[in-house]
Design a protein. Structure first.
Length: 137
């Protein structure tokens, strides 16, 4: 999912000829309706998102992930760790949304981080009228 048409086109070119089942969509990733024909998913990536939206939107997006995930689905996410480091809070919000942490990798404070969480809860129906976040930076 990419909002910028030029970047989406470059992504399409990059996957041309790939054996994998990949599809690039040029759309607002925050609009829940665009996931209607793709849920429940086994793998969800929220990479390059949590560092660009408000803390409240990070929390709302994590709370909505059970609408995208099938049983045992994995979510891979990224977030910088600049002060104030939000990653402890993010990991706690995942627990609240019934995800179990598979791993959390970071070279240390003030750096990057990548997390993997597995969904251990009950999949939720998609609210197709939601808008989960707004890019602010
Ligand atoms: C920080 S980059 C992350 C790129 C990549 N996902 C990564 O992790 O390296 C943010 C990207 O999100 C795109 N973007 C911004 N707002 C978006 C939205 N509402 N829906 C989909 N993509 C968006 C931007 O055009 C930009 O390419």
């Amino acid at each position: 999912m990419e909002y910028d048409a030029g970047l989406a086109e470059r992504a399409r070119e990059a996957i041309e000829g790939s054996q994998a089942r990949l599809q690039v969509r040029c759309a607002d990733a925050a609009a829940s309706s665009i996931y209607a024909d793709t849920v429940p998913a086994d793998l969800v990536l929220t990479c390059g998102v949590f560092g660009n939206i408000s803390d409240q939107d990070v929390r709302a997006t994590i709370a909505a992930l059970p609408q995208l995930c099938g049983p045992g689905a994995q979510v891979i996410w990224t977030r910088h760790r600049r002060e104030p480091d939000l990653t402890p809070q993010i990991r706690s919000w995942f627990r609240t949304a019934e995800f179990e942490e598979v791993c959390f990798v970071s070279p240390g404070n003030d750096s990057w981080s990548v997390g993997v969480h597995e969904f251990a809860g009950t999949p939720q129906p998609l609210d197709a009228n939601a808008h989960w976040f707004t890019f602010v930076r």
